[in-house]
Design a protein around this ligand. Structure first.
Ligand code: LMR
Length: 347
């Protein structure tokens, strides 16, 4: 049995009840070896809704692991930042308070891995197959090797899709952004992108975003439509502009201590189930975003704007300086390697 090494005191008071629940779950196996309880319970924490690509992938992974292990291994999924949010999930993982998280690639910079912010460069990828060329290739593996610096192990990448911009006005041309306070994830590249447009970036946890929009603490934000819809941001934003300006994807990570503790057979079982769940996530990501857009149109609360080719080009030109300005933060060698890998793909 793998039980957390850390006492309840390390948990924020509001989380203690959930922690006790999780601990109880992880202790069950001892009592249950003979009674059909799981011998091992792994806690998988994430910040989005169950119906998002990430939420659905997590559930699928849980089901596959339960099935293939005959109920011996359980994955307890905590969605919606119930257990940990953006500000503490990585730390919780490093402390062993959770076993799996799936943060967006934009959230690795602040734990000392700025090279992951590569993926935030605006207008970098033409489509998801270009993204996969990187994540499934040599560069994706090299990025994962860097995780060991933080005691982490990368188990796989997956997509949500392309981000759109929202506010209480249409965002069709660069001038429309001037002076807006735009919520961003904790990525210097995304902050730079907003500054390049004349907006003020405000870094906020995902779980606080809707409330901040409602209270007028921020004026707008960016996200794929499935996140926009499942957080009911349409109730607090009058306009969604379909900019497709940047990519949002995730990495599933665990901590080395757990990974080394597991038997080779269990590691194999978990990896295999996860790879299948991530393939599933990639298959449904586009569809969930399309479905959310249909639902959004039906809800009729938010005007949806499609940019013309010229407007999109203007946006692209306005954010282009971010590529050079942030290359040093990301690491020039990473930017160069990515450009070369993308160029090779097209020849
Ligand atoms: C965000 O913070 O906007 C996203 O990273 C949330 C998520 O995990 O999709």
């Amino acid at each position: 049995m793998f039980a957390s090494q850390f006492p309840p005191e390390v948990y924020p008071p509001s989380k203690r009840r959930q922690w006790l629940g999780a601990l109880a779950a992880s202790l069950l196996p001892v009592a249950g070896q003979a009674g059909g309880y799981p011998a091992l319970t792994l806690r998988f924490s994430h910040v989005v809704a169950r119906e998002t690509p990430k939420g659905l992938a997590a559930s699928h992974f849980r089901d596959l692991v339960a099935l293939r292990s005959g109920g011996r291994i359980a994955i307890a999924v905590f969605p919606n930042g119930e257990l940990y949010g953006d500000d503490d999930e990585m730390q919780a993982l490093q402390l062993g308070a959770v076993d799996l998280v799936a943060p967006s690639l934009s959230k690795f910079g602040r734990i000392g891995l700025p090279e992951f912010e590569l993926f935030d460069l605006p207008f970098l990828f033409d489509d998801l197959s270009a993204v996969r060329h990187i994540t499934q290739g040599h560069l994706g593996q090299q990025l994962f090797q860097g995780l060991t610096r933080q005691g982490l192990v990368g188990l796989g990448y997956f997509d949500n899709g392309f981000k759109q911009m929202s506010a209480n006005r249409p965002l069709l041309k660069p001038a429309d952004y001037v002076g807006l306070r735009m919520r961003v994830q904790a990525s210097r590249v995304i902050a730079g992108q907003m500054r390049a447009l004349g907006a003020h970036p405000v870094t906020l946890a995902f779980s606080e975003t809707r409330r901040a929009l409602q209270a007028g603490v921020v004026d707008g934000t960016e996200n794929p439509v499935s996140n926009f819809w499942t957080q009911s941001m349409h109730q607090v934003q009058t306009d969604l502009s379909l900019t497709h300006h940047g990519y949002l994807g995730y990495a599933v990570v665990t901590h080395q201590r757990l990974w080394q503790y597991l038997s080779a057979t269990d590691r194999q079982l978990i990896s295999q189930a996860l790879q299948e769940a991530l393939v599933y996530a990639n298959q449904i990501a586009d569809r969930r975003n399309d479905q959310a857009l249909v639902a959004l149109r039906l809800a009729n609360t938010t005007r949806i704007h499609t940019l013309t080719e010229t407007q999109r080009l203007q946006l692209r030109l306005a954010v282009q300086p971010v590529h050079d300005a942030l290359a040093r933060r990301i690491g020039g060698n990473w930017v160069q390697a990515l450009r070369e890998a993308l160029a090779l793909r097209t020849v």
